[in-house]
Design a protein around this ligand. Structure first.
Ligand code: ZN
Length: 267
């Protein structure tokens, strides 16, 4: 697998991911579609959405959203989101009580170009809930508002760290999910070290209550607050290890949140 950021490899990666998404669309247990389309350079782009409804748990299902590749040069996250979903399709029991929404490619033009920014030059992950003119942000905000997720996980790959780490936001219980998620990921990649990660104070590879403004998140007015976790893998590590680490973290989050399912959307 080429991981260089040349435009030809980015085109290859983008096509490969779209083909994988198409393959998943053949799965009968998945509901596949898109949250909307937008024009860029005379071409239509879609932001895909794949939904797995787990078996009934006797209570209202809990909606969880997994968002990847909001930075177009972090294709590792899109591969991880799709692999997580593929394995969940094979073992749907692990999704009992959940509706798992996966958005593997949130920045399709950036992915195609191999750039962090979208084709308009915007870092989409600094534009949320700030009346952004960016079409992708508008579509994603509309989706986040409509779904009112109980939990949102955003996947990122960071080439400035040598280990996995997480931003903990939203509900208090986020930290109780993040710690075991990081431990699960550690089976594949080390934990990021240091008291400062990505420019923020960190402890045990967790960054609490600090983040950039305008990152992909739930609407602020949601009450009770959903859990919000940003999970980062070290981008210079091998692609398959980043995928395994992120999948392990996502699997563990579903597992750890399970005791809260009985509270449904009222938690
Ligand atoms: Zn990122």
């Amino acid at each position: 697998m080429q991981t260089s950021k040349t435009s030809s490899s980015a085109t290859f990666v983008s096509r490969d991911l779209l083909r994988q998404i198409e393959d998943l669309q053949a799965e009968e247990t998945l509901m596949c579609g898109e949250i909307g389309r937008f024009l860029s350079g005379g071409r239509l782009y879609a932001i895909p959405r794949l939904l797995l409804r787990g078996p009934d748990a006797g209570v209202d299902p809990v909606r969880i959203g997994i968002f990847a590749a909001i930075h177009g040069d972090e294709h590792e996250t899109a591969y991880a989101a799709l692999e997580f979903l593929r394995r969940l399709v094979q073992e749907p029991e692990r999704a009992r009580g959940y509706e798992v929404y996966v958005y593997p490619v949130c920045n399709p033009t950036g992915l195609e170009d191999g750039t962090r920014q979208s084709r308009t030059g915007a870092d989409l992950n600094r534009e949320f809930w700030n009346q952004s003119p960016e079409q992708e942000v508008h579509l994603l905000e509309r989706e986040l508002a409509a779904r009112a997720f109980s939990g949102v996980v955003a996947l990122h790959a960071d080439n400035t760290t040598e280990g996995v780490y997480a931003y903990v936001r939203g509900a208090t219980l986020t930290e109780a999910l993040a710690r075991p998620a990081l431990r699960a990921a550690e089976s594949f990649l080390p934990r990021a070290a240091g008291a400062v990660i990505d420019g923020f104070p960190a402890c045990d590879a967790l960054i609490r209550d600090a983040c950039y403004h305008g990152v992909l998140s739930n609407p602020r007015e949601l009450n009770p607050a959903p859990f919000e976790l940003i999970f980062e893998t070290p981008q210079d590590a091998a692609l398959d290890l980043q995928v395994e680490a992120a999948v392990a973290a996502l699997d563990r989050i579903l597992e750890e949140y399970r005791p809260f399912l009985a509270f449904g959307q009222d938690l």
